[in-house]
Ligand binder design. Structure first.
Ligand SMILES: Nc1ncnc2c1ncn2[C@@H]1O[C@H](COP(=O)(O)OP(=O)(O)OP(=O)(O)O)[C@@H](O)[C@H]1O
Ligand SMILES: [Mg+2]
Length: 258
C-alpha cells in the first residue's frame, strides 16, 4: 500500500505550548489509522493541521504528494481531505438534507452522475438518516447529529476522512452501529484516521494505532502491540476510569456535561 497522506515532522505551538511536537505519520490508501492519547495530547490539533484549518508551526502534511493548504480549509476539502468535529457543528437552521447539500457544494465529489439532491439522499440513506431528511439537526439525538456530521463530510467526496471522537458519548448499541458504519465507509474506498477514546471501537477498527502524549508520538504499531506497550499503559491506558474499561477518558460531550 502506498502512502496517501503523509505528515512530516508536524509541529503546532500555541505560544509556549507545544500542542503537537514533531509528529510524523503516514496513512496508506484504504487504511484505518487510530489516533489515541490522553485529554490535551494534541490529537484534535493534529487533525486541524492535517485538514488545513490551522497552519503548522513547522513541518507539513502532504496528500498525494501535494502540501495540504494551511490557510483555507475549503482548499484541502477540494484536495480530498475532510474532518468531522469533536463537538458536532451542524447548521442549526438548515434541514438535515440541506446540511448534507452544503457538504456536497463545498467539496468536489467525483464519480457520481446523479443530481446533488439525489446524491445527498443516497448518503443520508447510507448513513441511516433518510427518514430525517426534512428535520432540523436539533431534533436529532446525539447519535443522529454525529451521523449528520459524518454525512456532511462524506458529501464532500473525501479520499481521506478524519473522524474526531464519533463513537465517544454514544450508548453501546449506537456505538456498535457506528463501528459498522465506519467499516462500510472504508469498504466504499475512503481512507480514515480516527481519534477515539472508546477503546474497543478504535482497537477493533484500526489497522494501526498512533499514540500521542503531550504533543509527542510515543508509540505506533498494530493495536495488540500498542495495547501492551508499557509507555502507553503508563501515559494513557493505565488511567482507566470506568470499571469495564470501555472508555479511557471522558468524551467531549461528557466533559461538557460535567
Ligand atoms: N486554539 C488554541 N489555542 C491555545 N491552546 C490550544 C488551542 N487548541 C488547543 N490548545 C491546547 O493544545 C493542547 C492540545 O489540545 P487538543 O484539543 O489538540 O487535545 P486532544 O488530544 O484533542 O484532547 P481531547 O482528548 O481532550 O479532545 C491542549 O493543551 C489545549 O488546551
Ligand atoms: Mg480532541
Amino acid at each position: 500500500m502506498s502512502a496517501l497522506l503523509v505528515g512530516e515532522s508536524v509541529c503546532k505551538y500555541f505560544g509556549g505550548l507545544k500542542a503537537v511536537d514533531d509528529v510524523s505519520f503516514e496513512l496508506a490508501e484504504g487504511e484505518i489509522l487510530g489516533l489515541i492519547g490522553p485529554n490535551g495530547a494534541g490529537k484534535t490539533t493534529l487533525f486541524s493541521v492535517a485538514a488545513g484549518s490551522v497552519p503548522a508551526t513547522h513541518g507539513r502534511v502532504l496528500l498525494d504528494g501535494k502540501p495540504v493548504n494551511g490557510k483555507a480549509g475549503y482548499r484541502s476539502v477540494h484536495q480530498g481531505i475532510c474532518r468531522t468535529h469533536q463537538i458536532v457543528r451542524p447548521f442549526a437552521r438548515l434541514s438535515v438534507l440541506d446540511n448534507v447539500l452544503v457538504g456536497h457544494h463545498y467539496g468536489s465529489p467525483e464519480g457520481s452522475h446523479s443530481s446533488p439532491r439525489d446524491r445527498a439522499m443516497e448518503i443520508l440513506d447510507f448513513i441511516g438518516l433518510a427518514e430525517r431528511a426534512n428535520q432540523l439537526p436539533g431534533e436529532l439525538t446525539l447519535a443522529g447529529r454525529k451521523r449528520l456530521e459524518v454525512a456532511r463530510a462524506l458529501a464532500t467526496g473525501p479520499r481521506v476522512l478524519l473522524l474526531d471522537e464519533v463513537v465517544a458519548g454514544l450508548n453501546p448499541v449506537e456505538g456498535k452501529r457506528f463501528v459498522d458504519l465506519i467499516r462500510q465507509i472504508r469498504e466504499r474506498g475512503t481512507s480514515i484516521i480516527m481519534i477515539e477514546h472508546v477503546m474497543h471501537a478504535v482497537m477493533g477498527l484500526s489497522d494501526r494505532i498512533m499514540v500521542l502524549d503531550h504533543g509527542r508520538l510515543i508509540a505506533e504499531g498494530n493495536p495488540q502491540d500498542v495495547a501492551h506497550d508499557p509507555q502507553v499503559i503508563e501515559a494513557y491506558l493505565g488511567r482507566e476510569d470506568d470499571e469495564d474499561g470501555e472508555t479511557v477518558t471522558p468524551s467531549a460531550e461528557e466533559r461538557h456535561d460535567a
